[in-house]
Design a protein around this ligand. Structure first.
Ligand code: ARG
Length: 467
């Protein structure tokens, strides 16, 4: 079967496929990754065909044991993949016929590679989504625990990357966690639309055999058979949806990476990453580089690229199946691998982040981060907010000139700017007072952070795959 002419359509053709064309059109070098799902789908298909009387029980059993042996050959690396046989589907079917004779040729009854490949990719995506979900949960758990541990740790919060107001480190980490909570929902939502079975659509119009698609769907764990055969073989929007989930997730991980890179620099000096997540320089002996977050940031681009590739792949395709669709696999596989690796890197790394608390605290103290607290204090004493803003602006200008933070000024110094300022001002000018005062749901106060961490744990536990 591995000659130049592909026997599955040889009947109509008067010359063999051009050698270059055979190589150009073949997908086996990459779609062999779908072998497990292809066999799983074929076993369910043969089981259903026997149930409705299209195959005898003996034929079904021969097919299933042949396929199981092939699975073993593939796992042991003994399977001989053939490019002239074009793709994973025909390689496996040809091997089955080698092994069990003409019964092997009956497997394709009532089926086409078009519904077969659509089924394989959906089974593959479902498997991968479930693995990705485990890593995503592990990462979220790591963040929630880190946030809980660091609920009292004070750091500067930024806008425009300029010191704005003090926040707690736990609050910052929970902001990351919220991004991932939405990604988690997107992933599970995508899974619902992945888990629909195309098998039975055959080439495009369905089949004349008395198939029972509900049986096959149930055997394969699909929620239901697809509604429309034309749509079933041509649709790849679930792959676009997954890649879009992946792009948003990577965008989030990239933002976090950027912060980790900044925070490990000598200029920020907010955290330490354990040596095992870093590498050195071959020329500069002092260097410890945050390669892992840098690479995650860098890998984001290729996933965006895959999303664009898939959108473009689909945009002009008339119904139903077109060979263009063979191009869906490499972007999808790479998106899956990249997401898995990046999530693993982050899930391993986040619990190991070591905050340098004194340094964060000092940075928050330096940037006049309690200026808004002073303005709010004045407002509580009856000053209009715009006037309070002006008064605090003058105090900051004075602080810049004298190199003093607001909390380091004496009461007399502060009184130069407003007579309403009293001794009690120092309670609001401390970093602890500032964060503790933001004591409402969604705020940065340590007790709010602990409560938010607990809610995040519960929300994650309540999310269910396929729900
Ligand atoms: N290798 C093909 C793909 O990945 C399988 C389906 C081919 N169908 C066809 N009619 N040529 O899409």
């Amino acid at each position: 079967m591995s000659q130049a002419t592909n026997q599955s359509w040889g009947g109509r053709f008067s010359e063999p496929t051009d050698a270059f064309v055979a190589r150009f059109t073949a997908s086996v070098n990459f779609d062999q990754r779908l072998a497990r799902q292809d066999i799983q789908g074929s076993i369910a298909h043969a089981t259903m065909l026997a149930r409705v009387g299209v195959l005898t029980d003996e034929e079904r059993d021969a097919i299933i044991s042949g396929l199981n042996e092939i699975q073993g050959e593939i796992e042991r690396g003994e399977f001989n993949w053939s490019v002239p046989l074009e793709d994973v589907h025909m390689n496996i079917e040809a091997r089955l016929t080698d092994k069990i004779g003409i019964t092997g040729k009956k497997l394709h009854t009532g089926r086409s590679r078009n519904d077969q490949v659509a089924t394989d990719i959906r089974l593959f995506m479902r498997d991968e989504i479930d693995v990705i979900e485990v890593e995503l949960k592990r990462l979220r758990e790591g963040m929630i625990e880190l946030a809980d541990r660091e609920a009292d740790t004070i750091m500067p919060g930024f806008t425009h990357l300029q010191t704005a107001q003090p926040v707690t480190f736990g609050h910052h980490i929970l902001a990351w966690q919220e991004m991932l909570a939405r990604d988690h929902e997107r992933l599970l939502d995508c899974r619902k639309r992945v888990n629909v079975m195309p098998l039975g659509a055959a080439a495009l119009a369905g089949t004349t055999y008395p198939i029972d698609r509900h049986v096959t769907a149930e055997l394969l764990g699909f929620d239901r058979p697809s509604e429309n055969s034309l749509d079933a073989v041509s649709d790849r929007d679930f792959a676009i949806e997954f890649t879009s989930f992946a792009s948003i997730l990577l965008m989030h991980l990239s933002r976090m990476s950027e912060e980790l890179v900044l925070w490990t620099s000598a200029q920020f000096n907010f955290i330490d990453l354990p040596d095992r997540f870093c590498t050195g320089s071959s020329i500069m002996p002092q260097k410890k580089n945050p390669d892992v977050p840098e690479l995650v940031r860098g890998k984001t681009g290729r996933v965006y690229g895959h999303l664009m590739a898939l959108l473009t792949l689909m945009k002009s395709q008339p119904l139903a199946y077109n060979k263009d669709n063979q191009e869906d696999k490499e972007p999808l596989f790479d998106a899956v691998d990249t997401v898995r690796d990046c999530l693993k890197a982050f899930a391993d790394m986040v619990p190991a982040i070591e905050p340098k608390k004194a340094s964060m605290y000092e940075a928050a103290r330096r940037g006049f981060s309690t200026a808004t607290d002073l303005a709010d204090y004045l407002v509580r004493k009856g000053v209009a907010f715009r006037d309070a803003h002006e008064i605090v602006g003058q105090s900051v200008a004075y602080g810049l000139k004298t190199e003093k933070d607001l909390s380091e000024m004496s009461l007399d110094e502060l009184k130069q700017f407003s007579a309403t300022i009293e001794q009690d001002v120092f309670e609001v000018l401390t970093l602890e007072g500032s964060v503790a005062a933001r004591n409402h749901i969604g705020g940065t106060a340590p007790n709010q952070v602990r409560a938010a961490a607990q809610r995040a744990r519960e929300a994650m536990a309540a999310l269910k795959a396929g729900a």
